[in-house]
Design a protein around this ligand. Structure first.
Ligand code: A3P
Ligand code: MG
Ligand code: MG
Length: 386
């Protein structure tokens, strides 16, 4: 087993009422019985090419290289090739799941949940989320739940019409990835003489390398896919050399430190869920100059923040995640959903979770103009109903 924190600690379990709503979890409870989380195992990996085609290769895999100190993250902004913003469809992950089901020696019976890592991170970090709610579309077929993030029209628009300043800051994160990665284990010198030292090539956010892992939360088996920024040293076909890259503002005092510790909750679960053992943070100035880097061991992060102003406890999150999945399975089973039914699950801070079955017009909105049943692509639907 893969312990969420290195040492166990005593506590008391949250009570749960099975109804179509689930209360906002208390973060002051103490957990007596840890919800086990199994060490993730990689099933397969895939790449998105510059034309956003999914291929089962490691063409988008990158190796970690030390970024130069003083790196300018504003470099190359005008040449950024942006992945079109849109709904976070589950299609790529289903392609991988479908391929994995045909692989010998990969036990994929009784997968209880299929979801992108970002969705699972949002769910698990909810106990400490006091500002932003989220919505999911959920389908249940043969005992497997499929999760898709639901973005309202307003949220989609927000994403597309990002303020220039905000967009620039988002770019800093990608530019940092360029400075920190190389197509080979050693830094390749840029052929472009005008590039700054250590620049790894212009940013194209269409290109992504993804890992699909199998793991288990409580007694629910999960199939999770997510982007992995790079590997350190060599690629072992497992998760042990994976590195997550992050940027963050330089810490200048206690309030900054508390903010950073709060942010570490998201960094932690994002990496923990895929079994990524290392998070490398580049601290930057407001104008995007990297001043220092610091490497964190993912599993040590909970102990680092314990007792601090921005403290959080991952056991609360795992317990909540387990309660959430149990609640969902229970409602869906009790309400006797049809395969094509789509559920809308909403989380609101301070309130909790509500779940409703969408009526036909809602399902139509989810499907859009595409070839889908609910939000599942028709090819996948046909495959599992064959
Ligand atoms: P930083 O995290 O360094 O800011 P990831 O860290 O998950 O690999 O994502 C790479 C970059 O994508 C992030 O770099 C950030 O710039 C951008 N990004 C990821 N999630 C985002 C979100 N929810 N909103 C805005 N930008 C995001
Ligand atoms: Mg990434
Ligand atoms: Mg990253």
């Amino acid at each position: 087993e893969y312990a969420a924190v290195e040492t166990s600690r005593p506590s008391q379990r949250a009570r749960l009422d099975y109804s179509a709503s689930l209360a906002y979890p208390s973060t002051s409870q103490t957990i007596t019985k840890q919800t086990p989380f199994q060490q993730p195992t990689q099933i397969l990996s895939f790449s998105f090419t510059p034309s956003r085609t999914l291929e089962f290769t490691d063409s988008a895999l990158r190796y970690f290289v030390e970024p130069p100190i003083g790196a300018k993250l504003s470099y190359g902004y005008d040449r950024w090739v942006r992945k079109p913003d849109g709904r976070g469809r589950i299609d790529g992950l289903l392609q991988a799941f479908s391929k994995a089901k045909g692989m010998p020696n990969v036990a994929l019976q009784d997968v209880g949940v299929v979801a992108w890592r970002g969705v699972m991170t949002r769910i698990l970090t909810s106990p400490y989320e006091d500002r932003e709610g989220w919505e999911l579309n959920v389908m249940s077929i043969n005992g497997t739940l499929y999760f898709e993030e639901h973005l309202s029209e307003a949220r989609l628009k927000e994403k597309n019409d990002m303020e220039p300043r905000h967009r620039q800051q988002t770019y800093y994160g990608y530019a940092f990835e360029s400075y920190c990665t190389s197509e080979t284990p050693k830094r390749t010198i840029s052929p472009n003489a005008s590039d700054p030292l250590g620049w790894g090539g212009d940013v194209d956010t269409n290109v992504q390398w993804c890992s699909v892992v199998r793991t288990k939360l409580g007694n629910t088996r999960l199939l999770i896919g997510g982007e992995v920024d790079c590997v350190r040293g060599n690629y072992t076909h497992q998760t042990d050399t994976f590195v997550e890259l992050k940027t963050s503002l330089v810490i200048r005092g206690p309030p900054d430190e508390a903010r950073f510790e709060k942010k570490l909750l998201k960094f932690y679960f994002q990496s923990f869920l895929l079994g990524v053992p290392e998070i490398l943070v580049g601290f930057r100035t407001p104008s995007g100059i990297v001043t220092t880097t610091q490497s964190f061991k993912t599993i040590q992060i909970p102990r680092m923040v314990r007792g601090k102003p921005g403290a959080w406890d991952p056991l609360i999150c795992l317990d909540w995640g387990n309660s959430f999945l149990t609640f969902l399975k229970d409602v869906v089973r009790r309400e006797g959903s049809q395969d094509a039914s789509v559920w809308r699950v909403k989380f609101a801070p301070q309130e909790g979770v509500s779940i409703d079955m969408l009526d036909p017009s809602g399902v139509e909105d989810v499907r859009g103009s595409e070839d889908r049943v609910g939000f599942l692509p028709t090819w996948y639907w046909d495959e599992i109903h064959a």
